[in-house]
Design a protein around this ligand. Structure first.
Ligand SMILES: [Zn+2]
Length: 437
């Protein structure tokens, strides 16, 4: 062991001893006091170990000069301090900075050795930031990180890290999806009995306007206690892109879940035409079902417009119409709506669009048959996916996003949701910037 290292360990051990002598809890302490002092001693010694070990690395100044990536000898400029927040606090690291006369590239050899990039935080810190940023608004994240982890980072840093991580996750997924779509990925061995694919849209405030976020989910079902099918193993995918973009993402997700060998594929959606166009392209031969949740929403609109919002009559009509749909009396629901004599233009329009909707989707609303076959008729998997993925994180009051930020946050949130133990550090590299002081 070299003398310097030996000395450092000796110094740290001495410091640890001092800390213990000064703070070790005395007899008669409460558990809370013991816990607090243990934490204090631990934190103090962690910071000193880290400082000492960083100091051990030197400043990266090369006595025979540093070489640029272009192969030429670079000129030493001066030492720059880089501030980095680690799990143990803020570290100020002095690094020798070189500049290449030939290609005018600047670099600090120590950055490469320490694995420093353009960010002011370490990868383990960013992993924590990304995890909490998937959950809460950026300002709130900064507060939680301080309270829960003792990490002092700004809301802006949280935002920057979250965006970088979400972007990296999205890029990785896009590359993987492209491979699947190109047909170069072997079929997975799994062959589910029934694979469900569902998709829905939800608006969010992006670039000073409203943009539709399309949210898809793939799942299987198991028999619940009441005998009905219940959704399990739900995985999500989402994008602010167009119908084709979500179609590709859903196909890739379903492919990984064994759609090629699935005995039956079921596509659930609301009445929007793009959904069924995408379904036919990507899942030919699939059973198409209008998510019962959406069909019921449409019925509720009619009930409220016809009989007055929330009135007993409206409730009664809605209950009967839902029952009719569930029991295969689609024609009776149609007749009932036909018989409605709306008073104003708005109601007339609703009548026309509702009739169109129920007529166009009649075959997708044979709920009696679907239920008899043990099929899941939706009941809001798509809706709750929108809520948990988009509403809960991107649509809180006063939230506005850039297109880039919204898409990145969506990818971060989806990954966090589907893979709770994901290590975000793997996605947390940040681009290099110019030297800092
Ligand atoms: Zn160079």
């Amino acid at each position: 062991m070299c003398e310097d290292r030996k000395d450092k360990i000796e110094q740290l051990t001495q410091r640890f001893r001092e800390l213990l002598e000064e703070k070790f809890p005395g007899k008669g302490s409460t558990l809370a006091q013991i816990e607090e002092l243990t934490e204090e001693i631990g934190q103090a010694i962690e910071a000193e170990i880290e400082d000492s070990a960083i100091g051990e690395q030197g400043d990266g100044k090369e006595c025979r000069g540093a070489f640029c990536a272009c192969g030429r000898k670079a000129r030493y400029v001066r030492n720059y301090i880089k501030e980095v927040v680690t799990l143990h606090g803020l570290r100020r690291i002095s690094r020798a900075y070189y500049s290449c006369r030939v290609c005018s590239r600047g670099f600090a050899p120590l950055d490469k050795q320490l694995g420093l990039d353009g960010g002011g935080t370490t990868l383990p810190v960013r992993a924590k930031i990304a995890r909490i940023a998937a959950l809460a608004p950026f300002e709130r994240c900064a507060c939680e990180l301080r309270e829960l982890c003792g990490l002092d980072v700004s809301a802006k840093t949280v935002e920057r890290v979250a965006e970088a991580v979400g972007k990296a996750i999205g890029e990785e997924a896009a590359a993987r999806d492209a491979e699947i779509i190109s047909g170069s990925v072997p079929e997975p061995a799994c062959s589910p009995e029934r694979l469900y694919v569902t998709v829905d849209g939800v608006m969010a405030s992006v670039d000073k306007g409203w943009r539709e976020c399309k949210v898809g989910a793939v799942y299987e079902t198991r028999a619940a206690a009441d005998g009905r099918a219940e959704a399990v193993h739900i995985e999500h995918t989402a994008t602010f892109g167009d119908a084709e973009a979500i179609g590709d993402k859903l196909y890739a997700l379903a492919f990984r879940r064994g759609v090629v060998r699935a005995k039956q594929t079921v596509v659930l959606g609301d009445g929007a035409r793009w959904i069924w166009n995408q379904a036919r392209d990507n899942f030919p031969g699939a059973v198409e079902i209008v998510d019962f949740f959406h069909a019921a929403e449409h019925l509720a609109e009619v009930a409220n417009s016809w009989h007055g919002f929330g009135t007993r009559k409206a409730e009664g009509w809605l209950r009967r119409a839902k029952q009719d749909l569930l029991e295969g009396r689609h024609a009776r629901v149609m007749r009932s709506i036909v018989a409605w004599r709306p008073a104003d233009a708005e109601a007339k329009k609703l009548k026309a669009t509702s009739l169109g909707y129920f007529r166009r989707n009649g075959d997708r609303m044979r709920y009696d048959r679907f239920l008899a076959e043990g099929l899941h008729i939706g009941s809001g998997v798509a809706e709750s996916s929108c809520k948990v993925l988009v509403q809960a994180r991107l649509k809180q009051s006063g939230m506005h996003w850039s297109a880039r930020g919204a898409e990145a946050m969506l990818q971060l949130r989806a990954r966090w949701l589907d893979e709770p133990t994901v290590n975000f550090a793997a996605y947390a590299a940040m681009p290099r910037q110019l030297p800092q002081n």
